[in-house]
Design a protein around this ligand. Structure first.
Ligand code: NAI
Length: 720
């Protein structure tokens, strides 16, 4: 056996200790499945063995789940649903064999047990969990478009009842040991070093090797089926909740509901069969493939800085300078201090800088009140941040990030002042959201060390950072910037220096499409609902209010001054923005109202005057057409970014679209969306949309050429 050790002691207790080689955490691979099969048969077939303890040799972690890299290929290999179910059924059958082989098994869970790892434990007859601070358990499959396919949807409800199991299955929540014990997922919690002893004590007590659900007359705790007391809430209301949340875009949650509803009314064996059938359906579909590829595999690689120039030595930022202590600057200082860096937070006055730091202190107090940090940690974090108006304190900074007003003159001024103090070797980053990096770098004495580091608001919550290469930015600067992003545990994408870069440009195509719909006479509520039905977290009008229409207007004005090419700007919907700001005096949420009203103590609602300002047409288009406009508009703009060289990696384009600008996760990102629709069909639909709604939907040449080559973005990458 390569992935586990197998020892039997004098009492006939087998200890199976999992240690998948070459992996920081144990994952379920084909070798693991083969080894565990052998181990189970060894226990079952040897009369001298009383029972077995399964644990892991990796400190703090039991099993992290299935190796998703194996699963993602199912779709690409063109597996049918039945083939995918067969493929997934192997593990399910192994776990069933384990629990019915006649010998008792105990899971000594020495830490994190997720997905298939927890499902293995659920198949064991007893579970003891370590109270290690990093120990968590959960079934997070839903977050990558799957369901727990090795018994999770069947054993968990049979163990703890349907009402308690559903939230864990549907939300993929990961819970700590005390919660796991309270909800009944594990039988006991103990110190990591005493787990195996606890398991042994249980085994020596000559326990039964029969699961409760295999006993005659077994009832699911709290009942199952349409007549269960909880059925109205769990199934009827639950289904409505699920369809409201998924809008039909995510097949996994309804499949989980079906597994639980159908599977708990029949025997466990039949239930497992139902589960594996639904699992096969999901695995053979495009949503799971796209979500696993972008949100798990590729995001994981990006987090490990896959695109980092290799020959530059690894670096660390010990001291960071942040210029501008406003909303963004304070956020950047906050996440960096949290990651252990010493931070100098500078603004034009000490008062302004202090205000920025006070904002951070408030957020820390909130986190403390929620039990997410400790008083000592808060004090230490705040001690690491120095608020100042004195440039001299920037001495010794490894990296400086400016987040002052979006004004070239001011940015040039602070760049020169900072560079007069910081070491020759330091990197200088700009958090500008619109100004070309190459232009800003002319204010720098060291343009090779000048780079765009574009955060998203709120910095504390948004996981993405868009790195922008100026014309002269060198590899060492890119590598150091990526190292810094790794330090603050965010996900980087790398793009080139074009107006709007990548994310702002594609995001603009979304808000402008929504605003344009107003001009087209479409009902405001229909616009917002169509976007949400397509899977966007917020409608284009609501998000325009957040960004503020006045900011959008000032960007347009700056673009006038710069004489920017039309293709980079939203000329189409500009009349809406001008009218809202200048005529109707509704510039956005922060200024009291925009497309929406924001009552002091109540829910925001669409401003009633909107229908008068932009009268709806008598005939309204189909909502499906509006969904297409949002999804296609952003995808075709991404394709244009690829053609122009704004972005070169489909992986970065996809990650950026989901993590930064709210493109629906079920698509796998803007370019995965095109690939999944198929380039030929995508281009044909674009042409139809262009004819009906305007040339902004016209597919770029580079994309049209792909139709002839029958080559999608990911296929193209494989060939390269
Ligand atoms: P803000 O107005 O909240 O903060 C700007 C800060 O810079 C203020 O505290 C101001 O006192 C300070 N400042 C101005 N001139 C200064 C000078 N000469 N020396 C030192 N400090 C000075 O603005 P916000 O939203 O934080 O934006 C800052 C930068 O980040 C801008 O370049 C903006 O385009 C960019 N950005 C903004 C995003 C957003 O969602 N607000 C998102 C991504 C980037």
């Amino acid at each position: 056996m390569k992935t586990m050790t197998f020892e039997v002691d004098g009492d006939g207790v087998a200890l199976i200790s999992i240690d998948v080689p070459g992996r920081p955490m144990n994952v379920i691979t084909p070798e693991f499945t083969a080894d565990l099969t052998e181990a189970v048969e060894a226990v079952a077939g040897d009369e001298t063995i009383r029972g077995a303890i399964i644990t892991s040799a990796k400190p703090g972690s039991f099993i992290a789940g299935a190796d998703l890299k194996d699963l993602v290929t199912a779709f690409d290999k063109g597996m049918t649903e039945a083939e995918a179910a067969e493929f997934a059924g192997e593990l399910s059958r192994l776990f069933r064999r384990l629990e019915t082989c006649g010998k008792p098994f105990v899971a000594a869970m020495n830490g994190l047990a997720l997905g298939g790892g927890l499902e293995l434990c659920l198949a064991c007859h007893h579970r003891v969990l370590s109270n290690h601070p990093k120990a968590i358990v959960g079934l997070p499959e839903v977050s990558v478009g799957l369901l727990p396919g090795a018994g999770g949807t069947q054993r968990l409800p049979r163990l703890i009842g349907i009402p308690k199991a559903l939230p864990l299955l549907l939300q993929g929540k990961q819970i700590k040991p005390d919660a796991a014990l309270a909800v009944g997922v594990v039988d006991a919690v103990g110190a990591p070093e005493s787990l195996v002893d606890m398991a042994r004590v249980w085994l020596m007590d000559a326990p039964t090797a029969e699961q409760p659900w295999d006993r005659k007359g077994f009832q699911v705790p709290g009942g199952a089926g349409p007549l269960a007391p909880h059925a109205l809430e769990t199934f009827s209301a639950g289904n409505a909740l699920v369809s409201g949340m998924t809008q039909g875009n995510y097949p996994a949650p309804p499949a989980i509901m079906s597994c639980v509803y159908e599977g708990t009314q029949v025997s466990i064996d039949k239930g497992l069969g139902i589960e594996v059938k639904y699992f096969g359906k999901l695995l053979a579909g495009s949503v799971a493939r796209n979500m696993i590829r972008t949100l798990f595999i590729n995001k994981g690689a990006a987090d490990k800085l896959a695109g980092r120039p290799k020959d530059v030595p690894k670096s660390r930022v010990a001291k960071l300078g942040v210029l501008g202590a406003g909303m963004m600057g304070a956020g950047i200082a906050h996440v960096s201090a949290k990651a252990g860096m010493e931070v100098v937070l500078l603004d034009s006055t000490l008062d302004q800088a202090e205000k920025g730091k006070q904002g951070i202190a408030k957020l820390q107090e909130k986190a403390l009140a929620k039990g997410k940090t400790t008083r000592d940690k808060v004090v230490e974090l705040l001690e690491r941040i120095t608020a100042t108006d004195d440039y001299a304190l920037l001495e010794g900074c490894d990296l400086v990030i400016e987040a002052v007003f979006e004004d070239r003159g001011i940015k040039a001024d602070v760049t020169a002042k900072a560079e007069a103090v910081i070491p020759e070797s330091a990197t200088f980053g700009s958090n500008t959201s619109t100004l070309p990096i190459t232009g800003l770098a002319t204010a720098s004495k060291r343009p090779k060390q000048f780079i765009g580091i574009h955060f998203f608001s709120p910095v504390e919550k948004m996981p993405l950072v868009e790195v922008i290469l100026g014309e002269q930015t060198d590899d060492a600067t890119l590598a150091r910037t990526l190292d810094y992003i790794g330090q603050i545990r965010k996900t980087p994408i790398v793009v080139h220096d074009f107006p709007g870069f990548y994310t702002s440009r594609v995001f603009g195509s979304f808000t402008q499409e929504g605003q344009r719909m107003l001009m087209d006479g479409i009902e405001p509520a229909l616009i917002e609902n169509a976007a949400k039905m397509a899977g966007f977290p917020v409608g284009p009008l609501a998000v325009s209010d957040e960004v503020t229409l006045s900011l959008q207007q000032s960007i347009y004005k700056q673009q006038d001054v710069d004489g920017l090419d039309d293709k980079y700007r939203g000329t189409l919907a500009r009349p809406v923005v001008d009218k809202m700001v200048d005529e109707l005096k509704r510039p956005g949420r922060r200024q009291g109202g925009g497309f929406y009203d924001y009552p002091e103590n109540g829910q925001k609602r669409l401003w009633p005057g909107l229908r008068e300002a932009f009268p709806p047409a008598a005939e309204q288009p189909d909502v499906e057409e509006l969904k297409l406009r949002f999804l296609y508009r952003m995808a075709v703009e991404t394709a244009r970014c690829v053609e122009e060289g704004v972005i070169t990696s489909p992986i970065d384009a996809d990650i950026g679209s989901i993590l930064g600008i709210g493109y629906p996760a079920w698509t796998g990102g803007t370019l995965s969306f095109i690939d999944t629709v198929g380039v030929r069909e995508f281009v044909a639909t674009c042409k139809r949309l262009a004819e009906r709604w305007g040339p902004r939907f016209e597919p770029p040449q580079e994309l049209q050429a792909r139709v002839e080559r029958e080559e999608g973005y990911y296929q193209a990458m494989k060939a390269a």
